[in-house]
Every structure is written in structure tokens, then in C-alpha cells.
Design a binder for this molecule. Structure first.
Ligand SMILES: Cc1cc2nc3c(=O)[nH]c(=O)nc-3n(C[C@H](O)[C@H](O)[C@H](O)COP(=O)(O)O)c2cc1C
Length: 216
């Protein structure tokens, strides 16, 4: 069965732009693919462990590996949770990531999540000719794909603030590290910069989300 992992990085449960556009995407996807498994990971509601001193000491080893026993009870719980998050990510065929832009980047919990799922030796590894994603074999395609839905007050996809588009560029780079090159972005951007066009901007993003979801 195909699994779509829907990751949201927003503290509110409102019709915030990143949420309303991504919900539209997921609802359309569900209509077109009624038998697919859709899993929502709300990063503000879920337990997303930070890498702390205990975990860092054994960085790169699977939580069930030999040094697991060396962890204190609190770190063991974190390591098991990180393992669950990695397995959930690996099991997903398709991934939707939705976030607002805050001070040029996404909310910090999304970085914490990335730190959980980007595990050397599991989701990527070093090869002679560079880093390799999921499985680590040269030329291995994961077959996974990502759509990133990003809301920002200014236009970041092009124009004078393009060089500040750290959020989308970072996610694109880190997904490539994990072996995922099929990465598309839906922007709902410029709602503060072009206040008078805010509704039009949202409608355009809703339309894009609907169209992309039909064939995702
Ligand atoms: C704390 C904070 C920081 C923000 N920083 C930026 C920024 O650096 N660049 C930008 O274009 N918009 C910025 N904004 C505006 C939001 O990106 C914009 O309101 C967007 O619609 C938020 O997404 P949401 O509607 O899903 O909450 C910021 C908003 C907040 C609350």
C-alpha cells in the first residue's frame, strides 16, 4: 500500500496559509487515492527528541545497536523515538512538508525532525564519491517524492528576496542527501508584501495544490 506522510510544522491548528494549502493538497490526494495510507505527523503535537549529550556520544549508530545499553534511561527513550521517526520516514512513499517561514527559515521543530531522520548509516552514508541517500548505493533511486508547501510574507521563490529562501533550499538539499531528488514546491508567498493581492495569492496556491495532488 502506498503511504503518504504529511508533516506539518505549525503551532496553530487554524486556517494558516501553510496549513490550509497543505490540507487542500491532502484532501484532493485522498479523493484521488482513497486506498492510500495517509499519516499526519504534526511536529508541534508529536514527540520530536532533540539530540542531546547522551545521544551525541553515540551518533551514527542505530538505537538498537551495541551501545544502546550504555545510554541512561532518558536517552534510551529518546533513541527509541528517533528510531520510530526514521522508520516512519523510510516507510513513506510520498512526503508532504508544510511550514511557515519565520525569520528566513522554518520553525525550529522541523530542524529537530530533520536531525532525527538524517541518520548516517541508515538514511544516508558516505561513499567514495560522496554522500548517498537511503541505502547508499551509487545511482540508487529511492522512488520517494516530496512536495514542500511554504507560506511566507514576502516572495522568496524569485526576485529581490530569493537569496533569503533558506527554508526551501535547505529542505531540497537535505532531501537530496537522503536520496530524494523528486522535490516540488508550492509557494503561498508575498501575502504581507502584497497585502492587496493576498486572496489572489492564496487562491493561486490552492489551485496549484489541487492540480499537483491529482497526479502526485
Ligand atoms: C515570527 C515570524 C517571523 C516571520 N519571518 C518572516 C520572514 O523572515 N520572511 C517572510 O517572508 N515572512 C516572515 N513572516 C511572515 C510569515 O511567513 C507569513 O505570515 C506566513 O503567511 C506564515 O505562514 P502561515 O500563514 O502558515 O502561518 C514571519 C512571521 C512570523 C510570525
Amino acid at each position: 500500500m502506498t503511504t503518504l506522510l504529511y508533516v506539518t510544522a505549525h503551532p496553530l491548528n487554524t486556517d494558516a496559509n501553510s496549513l490550509s494549502i497543505s490540507r487542500q493538497f491532502v484532501e484532493t490526494y485522498r479523493e484521488v487515492n482513497p486506498n492510500d495510507n495517509i499519516v499526519h505527523l504534526d511536529l508541534y503535537m508529536a514527540d520530536i527528541p532533540q539530540i542531546d549529550a547522551n545521544l551525541l556520544k553515540r551518533w551514527g549508530q542505530p538505537p538498537s545497536g551495541p551501545s544502546f545499553d550504555e545510554l541512561n534511561p532518558e536517552a534510551k527513550v529518546k533513541a527509541i523515538r528517533i528510531r520510530e521517526l526514521v522508520e516512519q520516514f523510510v516507510a513513506a512513499d510520498k512526503i508532504v512538508i508544510a511550514n511557515p517561514v519565520w525569520n528566513f527559515l522554518f520553525p525550529p521543530v522541523l530542524k529537530t525532525y530533520i536531525d532525527s531522520i538524517a541518520v548516517p548509516g541508515i538514511t544516508f552514508k558516505h561513499a567514495d564519491n560522496g554522500l548517498r541517500g537511503l541505502g547508499g548505493l551509487v545511482g540508487t533511486a529511492t522512488g520517494k517524492k516530496v512536495v514542500h508547501i511554504q507560506a511566507s510574507g514576502t516572495v522568496l521563490s524569485h526576485g529581490r528576496y530569493q537569496e533569503l529562501n533558506f527554508s526551501d533550499n535547505y529542505l531540497r538539499a537535505v532531501m537530496k542527501l537522503l536520496g530524494i531528488e523528486d522535490f516540488q514546491t508550492i509557494y503561498v508567498e508575498g501575502v504581507a508584501e502584497y497585502k492587496d493581492q493576498a486572496q489572489e495569492i492564496k487562491n493561486k496556491a490552492l489551485q496549484q495544490a489541487t492540480e499537483l495532488a491529482k497526479n502526485f
